[in-house]
Design a protein around this ligand. Structure first.
Ligand SMILES: Cc1cc2nc3c(=O)[nH]c(=O)nc-3n(C[C@H](O)[C@H](O)[C@H](O)COP(=O)(O)OP(=O)(O)OC[C@H]3O[C@@H](n4cnc5c(N)ncnc54)[C@H](O)[C@@H]3O)c2cc1C
Ligand code: SF4
Length: 491
């Protein structure tokens, strides 16, 4: 049985890109339909433990992997609100150095002034501010102290949160709807302005007529045999993320001319270092990610605090049996900080088994050297803050070290990504924009070179990685693409 609908614009995906585009279009009076593969999960169903969060909103329960010399988890959500539902709420603007590169070498269409206008509005609407004093928490305060002690730059993180209670659970889905993820901000706002949302519905086929995208066919993933067809009178926006957007384009034969769909996959692989303190840190209280340092940005690394629930943190603790129990009992004395690497590696995303993605990705030797240096510097920072011992989490080094000198042997280890417990959460570049149809998938305004009326508005469109957290840039670019669709003369 097929449900039929029709709208001016059909958007695939409800994350940072899709929801923002819907916010702009509906308030410009454009009739909009949103199709989302994942479920709509009421906040009261997220009990706060990681298992419920992973089961209900994380894609493949966090089991999506990139394959190379090592396996790197590629973490995403699949739910209404997309990955914003499980992200750390860190808000960063596009660094001007990256903006200049996009403008100079890829013909990026939007001016920095236009981006700033949108960021100012996003900041206002999503409550962007640094965490107030009462919810800063021990983990964040210690990194602030450490950067001061070593005389390196750092700052409280700007977060899209209204009235944070410091429950340190942003990655499980904020239990009190304080984080202004898209499921609690722009999706309800777009629906109030007339958008129609189809959750648990996976977009499969693009309908094309006369060289133009004219509709989307989708399947309800929880109701076998039930499908949806939405006619798109003006445009189809693909905002399914840097992993699923290329799959949708490949399945529909888009991008064959350039051969670039899925090709220039980039990321910020990251790893975390743990410090044990005599004083109580209480990793479970405070802004999940509240303090950051860009001091070594030119060396392609960024530091940030990272509170993890004990069930995920336990994976990184050494020992088994009584030893592990002892470590867990001491969890309240641990601090955890992460390094994100602006990696040089390029990977590839293709269709895999059962509609999933096959992701090939291998950090380069230089990326591994940056990870090593990042771990070394985080170790130095943890000792500077007064850590009694540090758990570097690097194969080939002791589980626990008592002084900075004990981290130095990291330099002699091979440049092998298997040394680290890496994850990647910032994903880019699988349907890149550019002026040359032989080398890019969409034009600088996001419209496919090969098919009019089809737009890509998520970070697939980004020609490079950013070196900073991407949600604000993704939202701003989606905003500007949507604005341009809304303002285009009707056919
Ligand atoms: C643990 C974690 C922490 C993070 N922390 C931060 C942070 O603090 N700050 C920051 O800036 N960034 C952070 N990020 C990254 C940020 O959340 C993402 O970059 C951003 O949400 C990506 O936006 P998007 O719209 O491209 O994709 P998503 O937000 O992933 O949304 C895509 C949506 O499309 C849906 N979809 C996919 N395929 C289909 C289909 N065929 N049909 C219908 N729907 C489909 C998906 O189910 C998903 O809901 C974090 C990410 C993770 C995993
Ligand atoms: S720290 Fe807690 S209360 Fe604050 S936004 Fe994150 S999950 Fe919500």
């Amino acid at each position: 049985m097929t449900t039929r609908d029709g709208a001016d614009v059909v958007i695939i995906g409800t994350g940072a890109a899709g929801a923002t585009a819907a916010r702009v279009l509906t308030e410009a009076g454009v009739d909009t339909v949103l199709i989302e593969e994942g479920p709509s999960v009421p906040t009261n169903e997220l009990r706060g433990d990681l298992y419920s969060g992973m089961k209900r909103v994380w894609r493949d329960m966090g089991g999506q992997l990139a394959h190379g010399r090592s396996f790197i988890p590629i973490l995403q959500a699949s739910c209404v609100g997309g990955t914003t539902a499980i992200n750390g709420a860190i808000i960063r603007r596009l660094p001007t150095e990256i903006y200049d590169l996009w403008r100079r070498e890829h013909g990026f269409a939007f001016s920095y002034e236009e981006l700033e206008r949108v960021w100012d509005t996003l900041d206002r609407e999503l409550g962007v501010a640094e965490p107030p004093d009462p919810v800063r928490g021990g983990n964040n305060r210690l990194l602030a102290e450490a950067t001061r002690a070593l005389g390196i730059g750092g700052n409280w993180i700007q977060r899209n949160v209204k009235g944070c209670e410091g429950k340190a659970r942003c990655l499980q889905g904020c239990p009190t709807e304080r984080k202004q993820s898209m499921n609690v901000s722009y999706i309800p706002r777009a629906i109030a302005a007339g958008a129609r949302l189809y959750p648990t519905c996976r977009a499969r086929r693009l309908q094309v007529k006369g060289g133009r995208a004219i509709g989307v066919e989708a399947e309800f993933v929880d109701r076998p045999g039930k499908s949806l067809f939405v006619e798109a009178r003006r445009a189809v926006i693909v905002a399914a993320s840097a992993i699923q957007t290329p799959l949708f384009l490949q399945e529909n034969g888009i991008g064959r001319r350039s051969g670039q769909v899925g090709r220039r996959f980039q990321a910020h692989p990251g790893t975390a270092v743990i410090g044990r303190f005599d004083e109580k840190v209480d990793l479970w209280f405070g802004a999940t990610q509240g303090y950051e340092s860009d001091h070594y940005w030119n060396e392609r690394m960024k530091f940030e605090t990272l509170a993890l629930p004990v069930e995920l943190g336990a994976v990184r603790l050494p020992g088994v049996g009584p030893e592990l129990m002892h470590q867990l009992a001491d969890y309240g004395h641990l601090a955890q900080w992460a390094v994100q690497v602006r990696a040089r590696a390029h990977g590839r995303v293709r269709s895999g088994l059962a509609g999933g993605a096959t992701i090939s990705y291998d950090p380069t030797d230089e990326d591994v050297q940056t990870l090593k240096l990042g771990v070394k510097r985080l170790t130095e920072l943890l000792f500077a803050a007064g850590a009694r011992e540090v758990l570097p989490g690097v194969h080939g080094l002791p589980d626990r070290i008592r002084s900075f000198d004990e981290i130095r042997p990291i330099d002699a280890l091979p440049d092998d990504p298997r040394l680290f417990h890496c994850v990647a959460t910032h994903l880019f570049g699988t349907a890149v924009m550019g002026t040359d149809p032989a080398r890019s998938v969409v034009n600088p305004f996001g419209e496919a070179h090969e098919l009019s009326g089809l737009f890509v508005a998520d970070s697939s469109y980004f020609p490079t990685n950013l070196g900073v957290n991407p949600q604000h840039t993704i939202a701003a670019v989606a905003w500007l693409i949507a604005e341009q669709i809304a303002n285009a003369p009707r056919r």
